[in-house]
Design a protein around this ligand. Sequence first.
Ligand code: SF4
Length: 881
Amino acid sequence: MKQHTTCPYCGVGCGVTAELADNRLIAVSGDSQHPANFGRLCIKGMTLPETVTADARLQLPRLHGQAVSWDDAMTQLSQAITEALASHGPDSIAFYLSGQLLTEDYYVANKLMKGFLGSAQVDTNSRLCMASTVAGHKRAFGADAVPGCYADIELADLVILAGSNAAWNHPILYQRIQAARQARPTVKVVVIDPRATASCDIADLHLALRPGTDALLFNALLVYLADQGCLDQQYIEQHTQGFDETLQQARQATPNLQQAAQQMDLPLEDLTRFCEWFASTDKTLSLFSQGINQSSSGTDKVNSLINCHLATGRVGKPGSSPLSLTGQPNAMGGREVGGLANQLAAHMDFTPEHIDRVRRFWNAPNMATAPGRKAIDLFHAVERGEIKVLWIMGTNPLVSLPDTERVKRALKRCEWLVVSEPMASTDTLNLADLCLPSTTWGEKNGTVTNSERRISRQQPLLSAPGEARQDWQILCDLAQRLGFGNAFNYQHPADIFIEHAALSGFENQGSRCFDISGLSQLDQHAYDRLQPIQWPVTTTTPYGTQRLFSENRFYTPSGKAHFIPVQFRAPEQTLNDNYPLRLNTGRIRDQWHTMTRTGRSERLFQHRSEPFIDLHPQDASARQISTGDLAQVENQQGRYIGRVRLTTDQRPGEVFIPMHWNHQFSAQGRCNALIQPVTDPVSGQPESKQGAVEVRRFPARWHGQLLTRDNISAQLRGYWSRQPLAPCQQYILAETDWPGDWSNWCLQHLGQRPDGYLENPITGQLQAYATEQQRLKWWLLITPTYQPADLRHMAALFESPSLTPSQRGRLLHGLDSPQHTQVCSCYQVDEQRIREAIQSGCRSVTELGDRLSCGTRCGSCIPELKALLAQEVEHATVDLD
Ligand code: SF4
């Protein structure tokens, strides 16, 4: 049986065709009819079947570590909320939501809190991702509305990727840009990013600007456009306001390109070229993402970019628009229902008129009347003991919020920490008083909205394991126990969606951009078959709306778009003698967020198997650090340990670490331990990409590779990182002390002395193993230096029901070949094989694909294939197709 649904990872929102048999997901492929991806999926989407097994799931509610019935769990929760309300008032209760929730879950959570409990202490992890764009859109357009659409990619003549490594983070859109450029070679691509990322592979120009100076860049561009007579004067006069003050402000700080180039540490000719291309290309599409948003001046950066589009009249025109790329699958859906603490449902605000309108629509007895706390402030209030009941849904703030040690203190302080979560163990869940098992992708039923305002259905494909429930059902259960049953008597997500759609049209009459009232008459059958559609959807636009603001009418009081004067502000996390390196954090190609799902796929660890540190060779050399060393990144607040990769893709003085690793997968791999909780004053979004740190070599005395049947993370000390292999777990280990007795070490850390043990006194290498009922329990390799071996063949011995003598011999004497970095995750092709193929004559990505199949499926590895071709064939002619 085949069913259409939507990918749960990034904001591209690809359509997925799922193949099912016997309540199992057999395979997935890209939905050829879905307008986001037209049949393609990246590696994360393609490995979805590997992530939906029932093991490692939370299946029953747990109260203080003990399994309890749903009835007990919800009784306890409703009592806790009732007591907190009575003793401390509504603001002592808070929800922290997630862009992983479906719109229907989000809607019910907001309705319960803001309409019935009277608390606006509801925020979402979208605060960490998109809040600056929301604020920027509202300031410029009067509504949180994305003007453009993905179809603009194929129409644009100039594509700008600002603070976006789309090749890894929005791979299918990146592939659309790549294809558009191949079809029309005159299309130009500009990447604005301090790092040379995989997205630079197709860039005609890479502006590797000083981190945090994006607003200077767009201010300089605005001044250039004015000075060169490249403004759309008619558009500015008729459809905008605030241009003169904005230009004046920009000119003050960046009077000319020369000065701006110096401030941004850019070659003047590159900056000039960028300005010339922007000025002369009417069809300019600016895709921007977390590199712009995650900043203490993120909202200003967004507006500085939009200012340039307004100045040239390039908003909502075919091939010409600013287009924000949302990080999460439903970041936009959450915004639609008021998921942020400063919003009400259906894009309404905390104004008396809107509060009253929502109150009447919901017949709400207890409307919140003022915005709640944004994420960082919310967790600080938890730390101060002001929040008595905190309910976290589908997110992992102990990993994703800045200053993770402080977040941990806050969570431990909370009297009632409730976490609803599909997985049995996450850093956050493990601190919870009450754990509620919720459904995940493949079981959830509802809608998500992608970066281009397109609402798509996520369909239930599998039955949920154990007693896991839909988040909206858990919320409705609570509402009933609190006496609000009539308002939360939903039987199906369609009931919720229809109410949400009706609210969007309630007393709207064109005054609010978000309007899907055209979907408010759906019945359940039609809802289940809802085809992807872009909002607004009204009676006059029943098939949706591809672009906004094409008629130059905005949702500001004057109906005109607003220019916003932007004054450049440097990052708040300042460098100093102790912490002289600028820290950048971000995503990698094959993992998603805190790895609760992607961390279950062996394949997705092949590309990057450990937490890592990208460092420029100059900075490494100054610190006597070599590639492959372990190093610790540290500052006054925290520490991160990872494997060093030397690369000139980093600017000197800057460090990059990934955002994904956490205590389920590594000893000290939380990047946010190093990020201070400083935020944008308008949006409340944290400055996640501009930390201040030092890097030191981790003085490892020995290195180890360990295979174990069980997850033994809790028993390990020193450095460790874990990755799942099909029959066992693999750990990479390192410690600063050499144990006097390895047999004792094994007993202490692995729970058993070795059955077999071989130490080479000359090389210092040690191999050991232990069995349990003739089956392999663990296998250990210790070396004085880091020499990773590919252990997949050794791992296969865990499948042997009874080890034979020759297998036991192999455990002590046999070793697999050295481990190489996987480049193509789809076909498991590693770097060594690709280098050998190039050395034996392959001269293009196509030839590599013909020989090894690499790059021929999802295409995410093509930039890396090109980089290897360029490295290996320095002087030969390479067809970088
Ligand atoms: S591009 Fe994003 S939405 Fe599409 S398959 Fe990949 S992760 Fe999923």
